[in-house]
Structure formats: structure tokens, C-alpha cells
Design a protein around this ligand. Sequence first.
Ligand SMILES: Cc1cc2nc3c(=O)[nH]c(=O)nc-3n(C[C@H](O)[C@H](O)[C@H](O)COP(=O)(O)O)c2cc1C
Length: 186
Amino acid sequence: MNKDYSKDFFEVVKSRRSVRMFSDKQIPKKILDTLIDIIRYAPSSLNGQPWEVIVVTEEETKERLVSFKNQWCPNLKKEYRADFIKKAPAILVVCCDRERSYDRWLENGVIAATYLLLAVTSLGLGATMLTAFNLQRPEQILEARRILGIPGTVNPVCIIPVGYPAEKPAVKKLRKLEDLIHHEKY
Ligand SMILES: Cc1cc2nc3c(=O)[nH]c(=O)nc-3n(C[C@H](O)[C@H](O)[C@H](O)COP(=O)(O)O)c2cc1C
């Protein structure tokens, strides 16, 4: 094997797909902890490590998250109804404490979520990243705080249902590499 790169890493990255159908199998606590642990290794602005993760398993809270997400879904994305998330054995809500985020809570949260998604793929589970939060709509953040008991200094960043896949999404058509590279200038 070429020692200059890890084949496993590229396989994980290239095989990751959003999974929206989950089996009934529960996620063992050890696996869940391993997935969340990987977030600690992500880069963060000024190494603030501002992440907080809420693990939602109760049906009632799942239902409230579904309603919340569907309510805030823009018209353009109505096909993305969030009902599927309640079938996931665990919904992870990645949040960032603004006091440790150095004005970069969204970026800090999204990069941690990316680490999580790749760990999920690596361990044979499936997940989808759903975002609903931005500064243009602070009421969204307030509502999520109410549902999940999140303190005022902490912002929710994304909602990630996780479970064992009950579907295998087809290979995704990618844009061509040469279409997105710009040498020296755009
Ligand atoms: C910022 C962001 C927001 C997303 N929001 C949603 C969402 O609200 N609902 C959903 O079902 N999928 C959502 N997705 C998943 C995308 O639909 C998915 O990543 C995309 O179709 C590419 O497919 P893949 O993840 O299988 O490669 C989101 C992904 C990103 C990165």
C-alpha cells in the first residue's frame, strides 16, 4: 500500500452518504461515546473547543424536534421533511458555547459535525446532518433552546440523527474536479 496516504481514510470519506432510513437496532453506549469523542479532536477557533452535544433518545423530544425542523424548513427545501429523524435511535444536537467560540460558533460547530459524520461512516452507522440555525432567524435558536433546555450562551448548530442504516444510498454523481479548481485566479 502507498504509505503516503491512508486508504481507510479516503474510503471512509468517499463512501459517506446521508442516511435517512434506520433499523431498529439501538446504538451501544460505547459506540455512541466513541462517535461523540471524535468531536474533541476537531479544530476550533483559538482552540476554544466550544462543543456541547445533546443526545436525544426520548420519543417526545424527537417529535418536538421534527415539528421544529418542519416548521422552519424553507419552501425551497420542503422535500426535505424531517419526519425521518424520529426513527433514528439517537439524535445528536451539536451546539457551541459562544463564550468559547471567539465569534465563530457556526464554523466551530459545523467542522465538529463533519468529524462526527465521518466517524459514523467509519463505524458502519449512518447519519444525516440537518441545519436549521442561523443568525438571521434568532427565534429559531430560542425555540431550540426551549425544547432542549439549552442555556443562553450556547447556540445549537445542527441536528444529526444517527443509527444503523436500513438503506444504501446509490453512488453520488460528483462535479468534475477540473470544474472547481481555479489556478491562480478564478
Ligand atoms: C448544511 C447542510 C444542511 C443540510 N440540511 C438537510 C436537511 O435539512 N434535511 C436533510 O434531509 N438533509 C440535509 N442535508 C443533507 C444533504 O441533503 C446531503 O448532504 C446532500 O444531498 C448530499 O448527499 P450526501 O450527504 O449523501 O453526500 C444537509 C447537508 C448540509 C451540509
